[in-house]
Design a protein around this ligand. Structure first.
Ligand SMILES: Cc1ncc(COP(=O)(O)O)c(C=O)c1O
Length: 428
């Protein structure tokens, strides 16, 4: 496959990037896309498990739009639902039946969901959930976990995020994830001042870890004891790891859940759902007014209805397929590492994979993840790009239900070649 490397050209993407840097900061509209090597590639088309750049190169896509493309790009039934909706109108400034239909579908699928509200991005969903928690409990303090990502609003930003407000973070405590004793200590001290504990139930942004047995249940117990609300950020895991999200697999039910990437097959839409009690400040005579011009916008809602119906109707098939393809890819990654003698390891939950380079074993926590060789992963990603595989430099890979077993084999072959290009004895 090395010959393919010589054939790919990115002349148009390079020119695009130079021109874009004049008007778009770093040439991108979300900084996470700026790290592509040799430069961020510009795309013009995506369908199924394939994506095409503006130079006409075709790739097998492992980025999946950073997670939303569970059903691949442009699932036909979702596209026809959106087309139909365009003919009916996209914004009403009033209620429309789709919102209710979607809320009822989410209620039927997600364990904690007695009530639902809609917005448009994961970040907005987190903001909504925090507002609900603070208004419902009448408390300010939030507990969060190191390495968990909840979007880029100030209250959940890392302390070194340029331009973020230190004041907005003053009401937040961050602790190491997964350490039962640290959790107990902080809950003992601050539990009854907490409005909420916010957590990715399966931390997907810093390692794709499964929590140690009993950890989430212990958080649930502490929340019950102290009156803090438990918020699961299922922006990535929702609808991707199971129809009911991570909460249906770990059998711990939060008070509130944020859903986004998995909800609408790539169309922008997010939802916050939770118990009636958690929503008490936002309903009836409660003081909280949830706002947003585009909340419940009809195109995202139409897409989400069809996507969730599809996941519900094809539940067994789709999730077995995602698990099978994910497992095959994990096996190919391990085989490529063995074959080339390179220190590549992987964590996986269903169709979500995180690669590590230079560790003896896959990372078990954020501290270990931070020791993975980021520069080597970026180089590896570039090698894959040359061989027709588009993946994130940070090593977070998403498989979709539209990938085929043959696609996974092609990725495995490309990986062997790309790994062979990396220095054998480790990097300087
Ligand atoms: C777990 C999690 N929460 C929240 C967000 C923010 O979502 P968005 O980028 O749609 O604002 C993300 C985005 O990657 C995420 O992974």
């Amino acid at each position: 496959m090395n010959t393919i490397a010589a054939e790919l050209r990115w002349t148009a993407s390079e020119a695009y990037h130079q021109r874009a840097c004049e008007v778009l900061p770093r040439g991108v509209t979300s900084a996470a896309r700026a790290g592509g090597s040799p430069f961020p590639i510009a795309f013009e088309r995506a369908r199924g498990a394939r994506i095409w750049d503006i130079d006409g190169n075709e790739y097998i896509d492992l980025v999946g739009g950073f997670g939303p493309a569970i059903l691949g790009h442009l699932p036909p039934n979702v596209v026809s639902a959106v087309r139909l909706q365009i003919d009916r109108g996209v914004i009403f400034g009033g209620q429309h039946p789709g919102e209710l239909e979607l809320a009822e579908l989410i209620r039927a699928a997600v364990p904690c969901a007695e009530m639902v509200t809609l917005c448009n991005s994961g970040t907005e969903g987190v903001q909504t959930a925090l507002r609900i928690a603070r208004a419902t409990t009448g408390r300010q303090l939030i507990l969060a976990f190191d390495g968990h990502y909840h979007g880029w609003i100030d209250p959940v930003s890392p302390p070194n995020d340029a331009g973020s407000s230190a004041n907005a973070r003053a009401d937040r405590i961050v602790i190491e994830w997964g350490e039962m004793s640290k959790l107990d200590a902080v809950m003992e001290l601050y539990g009854d001042q907490l409005a909420a504990v916010i957590i990715e139930p399966f931390p997907c942004n810093q390692g794709v870890f499964r929590p140690t047995p009993g950890y989430l249940a212990r958080i649930r117990e502490w929340c019950d004891r102290t009156g803090a609300l438990l918020i699961f950020d299922e922006v990535i895991s929702g609808f991707r790891v199971a129809l009911g999200g991570a909460q249906s697999l770990v059998e711990v039910t939060p008070d509130l859940t944020v859903l986004a990437k998995g909800l609408a097959a790539g169309f922008p839409l997010a939802a916050v759902c939770g118990t009636r009690a958690a929503f008490s400040a936002a309903r009836g005579d409660g003081p909280l007014k949830i706002g947003g011009t585009y909340n419940g916008q009809a195109l995202g809602v139409a897409a989400a209805i069809r996507a969730v119906q599809h996941l519900r109707d094809e539940e067994k098939t789709v999730y077995a397929q995602l698990e099978g393809l994910g497992r095959q890819l994990e096996e190919r990654i391990s085989a490529a590492a063995t074959e080339t003698g390179r220190p590549l390891t992987v964590n996986r939950i269903g169709s979500i994979l995180q690669l590590f380079y230079g560790l003896d074993a896959p990372a078990k926590n954020v501290a270990e993840m931070r020791r993975s060789d980021a520069a080597a992963l970026t180089e590896l990603t570039r090698g894959l790009l040359s061989r027709g595989v588009y993946a994130l430099p940070r090593g977070l890979w998403f498989v979709s239900a539209m990938h085929s077993s043959a696609d996974i084999d092609r990725i495995g072959d490309a990986l062997v070649d790309a790994l062979t290009d990396l220095p054998a004895g480790g990097r300087e």
